[in-house]
Ligand binder design. Structure first.
Ligand SMILES: Cc1cc2nc3c(=O)[nH]c(=O)nc-3n(C[C@H](O)[C@H](O)[C@H](O)COP(=O)(O)OP(=O)(O)OC[C@H]3O[C@@H](n4cnc5c(N)ncnc54)[C@H](O)[C@@H]3O)c2cc1C
Length: 221
C-alpha cells in the first residue's frame, strides 16, 4: 500500500514538474517537437532536429551524470564522476552505490543494467564501437537493409583507422579510434593466433569472429 502511495506521489510530482516547466514565464512554451527519452537515440534525434532549426523539448526521466552535461554525481577524483571514466561502467554496474540513482529498477535476478539518465545506456561509457550486422537489419524488413543503413553509419562516424572508405566515414560526430596496443594486449592476441583464432582487423567488417584490437567511440562535443 505504502509503495502504491509513493508511486502515485512520484507520478503527481513528475506531472506537476512538467506542467510548471511548460508554463514557466507566464505562458505555455511551444515546441516544434517533443522527444521522449534523452538516451542515445533521443539525443541524436533532438540534435539533428535542432541543427535543422526546429525547437525541441527533450523529456528525460533521469538526471545528468557526466560533468560535461552538468551532472554532480558523486565524484571519484577531482570533479569527475565515475560516469566520466571510460570503461568505468564495470564499477558502475558492480557497485550500486555509484549508480542506483541512474538505473531503472527491474525485478530480475540478476537485474539488467538499464540506465535512467541523460545519455541513456550510453552513460555506462563502455565506448566499444560495434554496429549491428547486415544480417540483423535484413530481419527488420523493407527500408532497413544494410544498403539502407550503411550511409547513416558512415555519416555518423569520424573514423581514425579506416578513414573514408567503403564501410566507414569521416567528419561525423562519433569519433572512432583504436585502443593503443601494449605488451599485455599483444601477448593475448599472439596467444589467440597460436590457438588458431583468425585476426580481425575491423569488428564492423564482414568477418567478425576472431581476435583483434577493440575500437572505441566517443561523441564529440
Ligand atoms: C552496460 C552496457 C554497456 C553498453 N556498451 C555499449 C558499447 O560499448 N557500445 C555500444 O555501441 N553500445 C553499448 N551499449 C548499448 C547502447 O547503450 C544502447 O544500444 C543504446 O543506449 C540504446 O539507445 P536508446 O536511445 O534506444 O535507449 P537508451 O539509451 O536506453 O535511452 C532511453 C532513455 O529513455 C528514458 N526514458 C524511458 N522511458 C521514459 C519516459 N517514460 N519518460 C522519459 N524518459 C524515459 C530512459 O531514462 C533513457 O535515458 C551498452 C549497453 C549497456 C546496458
Amino acid at each position: 500500500m505504502l509503495r502504491e502511495v509513493g508511486l502515485l506521489l512520484l507520478l503527481a510530482f513528475s506531472a506537476w514538474s512538467i506542467v510548471r516547466y511548460l508554463f514557466a514565464d507566464g505562458g505555455p512554451a511551444v515546441f516544434d517537437y517533443i522527444v521522449v527519452g534523452g538516451g542515445s537515440t533521443g539525443a541524436v534525434v533532438a540534435g539533428r532536429l535542432g541543427e535543422a532549426g526546429y525547437s525541441v523539448l527533450v523529456l528525460e526521466a533521469g538526471g545528468s551524470t557526466q560533468i560535461s552535461l552538468g551532472g554532480d554525481a558523486e565524484p571519484v577524483a577531482g570533479k569527475w564522476t565515475i560516469f566520466d571514466v571510460p570503461l568505468g561502467w564495470v564499477q558502475v554496474l558492480s557497485d550500486h552505490r555509484w549508480s542506483k540513482e541512474f538505473q531503472w529498477v527491474v525485478p530480475a535476478d540478476p537485474p539488467p543494467a538499464i540506465a535512467r539518465g541523460l545519455g541513456g545506456c550510453g552513460i555506462h561509457n563502455a565506448m566499444l564501437y560495434m554496429r549491428g550486422r547486415p544480417a540483423d537489419f535484413a530481419e527488420w524488413g523493407a527500408g532497413w537493409s544494410w544498403d539502407d543503413v550503411l550511409p547513416f553509419y558512415k555519416r555518423s562516424e569520424d573514423n581514425e583507422q579506416f578513414g573514408s572508405s567503403p564501410l566507414h566515414g569521416t567528419g561525423g560526430p562519433v569519433r572512432v579510434t583504436t585502443v593503443a596496443s601494449d605488451e599485455l594486449s599483444d601477448f593475448f592476441l599472439d596467444a589467440f593466433s597460436t590457438a588458431g583464432l583468425p585476426h580481425v582487423e575491423d569488428f564492423n567488417g564482414p568477418d567478425r569472429i576472431g581476435a583483434g584490437a577493440e575500437t572505441k567511440s566517443k561523441r564529440e562535443g
